[in-house]
Design a protein around this ligand. Structure first.
Ligand SMILES: Nc1ncnc2c1ncn2[C@@H]1O[C@H](COP(=O)(O)OP(=O)(O)OP(=O)(O)O)[C@@H](O)[C@H]1O
Ligand SMILES: [Mg+2]
Length: 450
């Protein structure tokens, strides 16, 4: 152990230190090789200032007859002169220009973070971030859109869109997140605000979902470096997708970092957790969920407040089976968190019941869950029950994050006896596949007829 390792990991568990002991110091970044040919297209976001060193572009890649869309985060080279200037202004006398050039390069920082996630996270944790497909090390001018300044290096990522296909379903219970000091502090602050119980539950759930994403990074000895609301969701999107943008991240590296006042991991992680807390308290103070519903339903915030708080117990007896198509595996095959499932409920609400998703989200505790796995490109019959009422029938850790599997989440009222009717759950999934829809809502009578 050298001085920096001891300093950085002070107060941390041995587990995280061991992770790095076994890793090569400078492993090669995997090269993008998922396709026979690829083409860069338009930029993925209009929010980026022109001339910025980083530009995110859509990328289409061909493999056999199929085409896949990716996002290519492209980076300008980090010039030697910039590293020399940093040495002069920051008094980094013990660092070589090459070392500074490498350690401050956002491409290096982001690629290392993704490589580290790939190496150290379980399949269930990898879903918290965009999928990573490797890097392109030297893009030629003719392969880069002529209308943009060439950024010759790229990190190839899953194309994230403000759509259900990019959203993740996270488990309702997250003991680690919910036991944290920040969760306690957040919860107490929420209690002081003029919000309905439902809104409070939603903000708590959102905090817990986001905290979990951040904690996974922290637990593998990395920090995000730029915790912002729009790094958990795309700009303009209301609901979360993944935690992204690691270009300011820090993943432990065994030499003293090229920054002025380096901090230990524990200080950086608690700082990031506090930032998250502030972001969400700010959103809760602005009642942004209420205003989002008001906009999307064309109702006044006062009416929405009523929808979030009026008694709906009379609906408990008439709850339906809810079947949802989920394109990426969940972190746990169990009941979903309120924050992660709300956009799915909203997307499949029956046409004549515009506020159905709010009432069902409020009644989530009356539901139980089942998960079904369906390998895409296979016959509809080849479905497997993954879990029922939190009991798993497969080794779920091995279920990969890929585009070969679709999952179905079935939320059924706890009052229904499903024990003898599992075949009906499977039939509901088959019907959904054939319909090509995102989800379906079945009454008890419809379910019994399956
Ligand atoms: N995987 C992705 N899929 C789709 N769009 C993406 C993806 N990654 C980034 N983007 C888009 O590009 C924008 C900028 O991405 P990102 O935050 O990673 O880069 P950045 O240069 O560090 O940005 P900033 O400095 O503004 O934080 C995002 O706001 C988003 O709109
Ligand atoms: Mg960013």
């Amino acid at each position: 152990m050298d001085g920096w390792t001891d300093f950085f990991f002070q107060g941390c568990s041995l587990k995280v230190i061991k992770l790095f002991r076994d890793l090569p110091r400078d492993p090669e970044f995997r090269e993008f090789q998922e396709s026979q040919s690829w083409q860069l297209g338009r930029r993925a976001s209009d929010n980026m200032p022109p001339g910025h060193d980083i530009l995110v572009l859509w990328m289409t890649a061909r493999k056999g007859k199929s085409r896949t869309q990716y996002a290519a985060k492209t980076f300008a080279d980090f010039p030697r002169e910039r590293a020399e200037a940093r040495i002069r202004t920051s008094g980094l006398k013990n660092h070589s220009v090459e070392e500074v050039q490498k350690q401050l390069d956002p491409f290096w920082l982001e690629s290392r973070a993704f490589e580290h996630v790939m190496r150290c996270c379980s399949n269930s944790q990898k879903i918290y971030f965009p999928r990573y497909f490797g890097v392109l090390k030297r893009i030629q001018r003719q392969d880069y859109p002529l209308s943009y300044l060439l950024r010759p290096r790229a990190i190839v990522l899953e194309a994230i869109k403000p759509e259900l296909a990019s959203r993740r379903v996270l488990a309702a219970n997250s003991p680690t997140a919910n036991r944290s000091k920040s969760y306690e502090a957040f919860s107490q602050a929420l209690d002081q605000m003029a919000l309905s119980d439902f809104e409070r539950c939603w903000y708590r759930s959102l905090f817990s979902d986001r905290f979990r994403r951040l904690l996974v990074l922290h637990d593998i000895g990395a920090t995000h470096g730029d915790v912002r609301d729009d790094h958990f969701r795309l700009p303009g999107d209301f609901y979360d997708t993944v935690l992204y943008d690691f270009s300011s991240s820090y993943t432990f590296y065994p030499t003293w970092p090229c920054i002025r006042r380096p901090k230990p991991l524990s200080a950086m992680t608690s700082n990031e957790q506090n930032i998250l807390l502030e972001i969400l308290l700010d959103r809760a103070e602005q009642c942004d969920l209420r205003h989002y519903f008001a906009r999307s339903l064309q109702l006044s915030p006062q009416v929405v407040e009523g929808l979030c708080s009026q008694t709906i117990n009379s609906e408990i007896a008439n709850l339906e089976l809810i079947v949802l198509k989920v394109m990426v595996r969940p972190d746990e095959f169990s009941m979903p968190s309120l924050a992660s499932i709300l956009p799915f409920l909203e997307a499949i609400r029956p046409e004549n019941k515009s506020t159905w998703h709010i009432s069902r989200a409020r009644l989530l505790q009356y539901y139980d869950s089942a998960w079904v796995l369906y390998p895409r490109h296979k016959e509809v019959g080849e479905m497997t029950l993954v879990s029922l009422s939190e009991k798993a029938f497969l080794d779920t850790d091995t279920l990969p994050v890929d585009d070969q599997h679709t999952f179905f989440l079935l939320l059924f009222p706890r009052s229904w006896d499903i024990g003898e009717a599992v075949h009906r759950l499977m039939a509901a999934c088959s019907d959904l596949i054939l319909s090509g829809k995102q989800g379906s809502v079945l009454s008890r009578a419809q379910f019994d007829n399956l």
